[in-house]
Design a protein around this ligand. Structure first.
Ligand code: B12
Length: 336
């Protein structure tokens, strides 16, 4: 279908060849594949919000590559024609509905994630600057000085690390940052988070156990790691598996670790159906099915009903709010 869409779009807009050269055609096909993938996911998990958000996000991203909103509109229109002509499936009208709802969604540039009035804003700006200047020592010094001044680790996680990671994502999205800069900033932050462990890590005292894992080929793991660390700070024992874990290994770990709760994270929207599949596998395993299941990450923050759609017991938008909800969920098990 992506081939058909690409051919049709180049017939409709012959100037694309001059504007983007021979590689442009390949990119149009690649982007069309991505778009079809996001559209399919939004239908699979019954969330038109996901595809609507994708279209406005895509317009911002592609503007950085001189692809206009009109080019994107023609692409979506061509995809619509391809579905009408080539797609035979009982859900065809649903697919078209999701596509049409998003078709005219405007680009939505995001303001900075470091708000001047949020706590530690000046420090977050200084930390971001150190990262962007490639000054790892300076970034380390800023964080360790805040620790020495008594700023709680949870506040560092939220107002320094999370805020700057979101801001780095925004700057990559509007093409202010290169991929290499984003990787560098992320690597520095991960190493600093690790360097803080000796300052706060202790023995779990609540007798509660949780496992944390990302689904499928999900590579975004820092949010989940912050969630697991926050449980640990609150006296839980945690078993953090990180990114890209096979479903069967997760189910087995729940059983072997005797987990009270599992935290499942997905960032890429097209991984949400994998969260649902994993939850079904957990519920089908008699020795794992009593575990409480929480989900979170980018798509769940976009659509507040999505956690129910995938069959979870709960969802929280960030690390800070996750633990209290988790304790409400597991308390009935502990008391029974
Ligand atoms: C770092 C990063 C990467 C790194 C990840 C490295 C790593 N080891 O984690 C790498 C380079 C691998 C990467 C790759 C990609 N990325 Co990326 N990435 C980011 C970035 C800049 C930061 C992620 C992060 O650390 N966030 C900070 C954490 C703390 O926030 P969080 O994840 O939201 O987690 C919090 C909550 O969501 C919640 N939470 C999270 N999990 C859970 C679980 C439970 C149970 C609960 C209750 C709560 C919860 O609590 C957390 C803590 O408060 C984001 C920008 C962003 N806005 O997040 C883009 C971003 C997520 N990436 C994006 C994209 C597009 C990609 C790629 C497709 C790029 C590409 N073309 O290759 C690939 C996909 C890879 C894959 N298969 O997963 C887009 C996604 C947009 C979209 N429309 O879907 C973003 C939003 C960038 C942007 N602004 O456009 N990325």
């Amino acid at each position: 279908m992506a081939d058909w869409v690409t051919d049709k779009q180049y017939t409709r807009q012959p100037d694309l060849i001059e504007r983007f050269g021979p590689l442009g055609r390949m990119r149009t096909k690649q982007d069309s594949l991505y778009t079809l993938n996001y559209l399919a996911e939004s239908v699979l998990v019954n969330s038109s919000t996901l595809f609507i958000h994708y279209v406005s996000w895509l317009k911002v991203l592609l503007a950085g590559y001189k692809v206009s909103d009109e080019d994107v509109r023609v692409n979506l229109e061509t995809i619509r024609e391809a579905i009408v002509e080539k797609f035979e499936h009982p859900d065809k009208s649903l697919v078209l509905k999701h596509l049409e709802l998003a078709m005219n969604e405007p680009a939505s540039p995001t303001p900075s994630f470091i708000k001047p009035d949020s706590p530690l804003a000046a420090e977050a700006e200084a930390y971001l600057k150190a990262l962007l200047d490639g000054e790892r020592r300076q970034a380390v010094a800023i964080v360790h000085q805040l620790m020495d001044e008594g700023v709680p680790v949870k506040a560092l996680y939220k107002h320094i690390f999370q805020a700057t990671q979101y801001e780095i994502g925004r700057l990559w999205h509007n093409k202010t940052l290169t991929v290499a800069q984003e990787h560098y900033c992320t690597a520095v932050t991960q190493s600093i988070i690790s360097s803080l462990y000796p300052h706060w890590i202790g023995k779990g005292h609540k007798g509660l156990r949780m496992i944390a894992a990302c689904v499928g080929s999900e590579m975004h793991e820092i949010g989940l790691r912050m969630v697991a660390d926050t449980f640990e700070m609150e006296g839980w024992d945690t078993y953090y598996l990180g990114a890209n874990v096979p479903d069967q290994s997760i189910v087995q770990a729940i059983v072997e670790y005797k987990a009270d709760l599992i935290a499942i994270s997905a960032t890429m929207t097209y991984h949400v159906h994998l969260v649902r599949e994993l939850i079904m596998k957990i519920k089908a395993e008699p020795s794992a099915c009593s575990v409480k299941i929480m989900v979170g990450g980018f798509p769940f923050n976009l659509d507040p009903n999505l956690w129910q759609e995938v069959g979870a017991d709960g969802y929280a938008p960030d690390a800070e709010t996750t633990v209290s909800l988790a304790e409400e969920l597991v308390t009935p098990i502990i008391n029974s």
